[in-house]
Write a protein of this length. Structure first.
Length: 485
């Protein structure tokens, strides 16, 4: 295991909040194996975590389910669903209030009066300025009196959540965990299922993994906005292929896959209504969950993006640097063609991408909104090298009047009009992408047509579609009426 001390810190926080016993029950047993050399060093820390016994790791495994194995972590504390024990709090209009509270089991069963807050927004995590975070923030604006529940909250997201009380999980206090949030995969289902949301009439979850698994009372309405069925469960091979994940992470992920698939399919039955962010995601929901979904495309803010005729000649992509996004195809194609390309974003694949890149490829990391808008306005074309669930950034590029070169799959099929607002390539290879980059240079695009296509996905359209959905479901208009005028 690459970082046993880090995992023990996680377990220590869980024990402090009486959650390890629930973890044991969910998995039937719990195993933590470490390198033999670490046993003595970690012994003192493990003694603080109830009865956690460390064993030498002879299999390359780590934390995983294990049939018939002795339970290696016990606390003897029965864990009940997490109650909401925080006192009523009046949030100001210009700041989000963040609550990080340990679980108070003495308060179990105490429910705040229904009239105080009757809607909640649940988001897997707020770890950066990504598409799912933007959607959750817009849903929260649509429900101005809602509370927000999430796991990790990066401070950069606070302005978008102004006026709301944001409740994070206990591990928020582990600063380094925000950079390793995917390593805590088995813990998220436990936390979301334990949330006590009984006082809410309306719950809207924004999820690509776990948030839809919350439990609500039978008379409440739960709408799940689905960015994709859980990628770790249904598309793991593509997620890992070509990635920089180590052998231990790959083995652990594949060991967890059957359990995650079962959990994902089972909890997909909990929401009353499923909303997909694209036609492709709606198809995945039908294929994996056996349910239908309405398509409401994500809100794309192009109000601060003006159509631009400036062309500095570079190719642009703005994305989290994950293997399945296939940023490597753009890096290789641009390097082969000697084309300037700018990559904006952070992620675990940054080091590998740098090693692939020629000097013509620049990596800007995370940049602020103003710089993104400037880069969009001055690029030659925006590139979507892999399959996106929807893809907000390419729509923003079209808002600037820029054509998009996209892999023919996923959300791009909803957003790109071939020949009018961009071009597709059909094979996920750098050679096919290079051919498409040459092809886009030979076409001319009407800036007004490209901009008009982007306006189909404006924030106002998203809000109108969601309000129409609430009206059909009979949701109390007082929860959103202030935002509908």
């Amino acid at each position: 295991m690459e970082d046993p001390e880090y995992l023990l810190d996680v377990l220590e926080n869980l024990v402090r909040d009486d959650q390890v016993d629930r973890l044991v029950r969910e998995w039937d047993c719990f195993s933590l194996k470490v390198e033999a050399d670490d046993l003595e060093t970690l012994g003192a820390k493990s003694s603080r975590i109830g009865r956690v016994r460390l064993q030498p790791d002879q299999s390359g495994g780590g934390m995983r389910p294990s049939d018939g194995q002795q339970i290696l972590a016990e606390t003897g504390t029965q864990v009940e669903p997490v109650p909401d024990v925080n006192p009523p709090h009046e949030a100001s209009d210009d700041v989000a209030t963040v609550v990080q509270s340990p679980i108070d089991h003495a308060a179990q069963g105490r429910v705040r009066p229904m009239a105080e807050t009757r809607s909640a927004v649940i988001q897997d995590w707020f770890v950066g300025p990504g598409g799912s975070e933007q959607v959750a923030a817009e849903i929260a604006r649509l429900l101005p009196r809602s509370d927000i529940y999430t796991t990790f909250l990066d401070p950069s997201n606070l302005p978008a959540l102004a006026g709301h009380q944001v409740r994070t999980w206990p591990l928020q206090r582990l600063g380094p965990a925000r950079k390793r949030y995917r390593a805590l995969l088995p813990l998220y289902p436990i936390w979301f299922e334990a949330l006590d949301l009984r006082r809410f009439d309306l719950v809207v979850s924004s999820t690509s993994a776990f948030a839809k698994g919350v439990r609500t009372r039978r008379s409440a309405t739960h709408v799940a906005y689905v960015h994709t069925p859980m990628r770790y469960a249904w598309n793991l091979d593509a997620y890992l292929e070509g990635s920089s994940f180590g052998l231990g992470s790959r083995v652990a992920a594949r060991a967890l896959r059957p359990w995650l698939r079962s959990w994902d399919r089972r909890t997909a039955r909990r929401p009353d209504v499923l909303v997909a962010n694209s036609t492709a995601v709606r198809d995945r929901i039908g294929r994996h969950w056996g349910r239908d979904a309405e398509v409401i495309h994500p809100p794309v803010n192009i109000d601060d993006i003006a159509p631009s005729t400036v062309d500095d000649g570079y190719l642009l992509v703005v994305a989290r640097l994950l293997a399945y996004r296939r940023i490597d195809l753009l890096v290789e194609a641009a390097s082969r063609l000697g084309r300037r390309a700018i990559v904006v974003g952070e992620g675990p694949e940054l080091g590998r991408l740098r090693r692939l890149a020629a000097p013509t490829v620049e990596f800007r990391g995370r940049v602020d909104r103003a710089e993104v808008v400037t880069l969009l306005a001055r690029c030659h074309a925006y590139v979507v090298p892999g399959e996106e669930d929807f893809g907000i950034a390419p729509v923003e590029a079209m808002g600037a009047g820029k054509p998009v070169v996209a892999f023919r799959a996923g959300g791009a099929l909803d957003t790109v009009v071939e020949g009018a607002t961009g071009v597709f390539f059909d094979r996920p290879t750098s050679e096919a992408l290079a051919d498409a980059l040459v092809a886009v240079d030979q076409l001319s695009f009407d800036l007004r047509v490209v901009r008009a296509n982007a306006e189909r996905f404006a924030v106002s359209v998203f809000r109108r579609r969601f309000i129409e959905l609430f009206q059909r479901l009979g949701v109390d208009p007082s929860l959103y009426e202030a935002e509908s005028t």
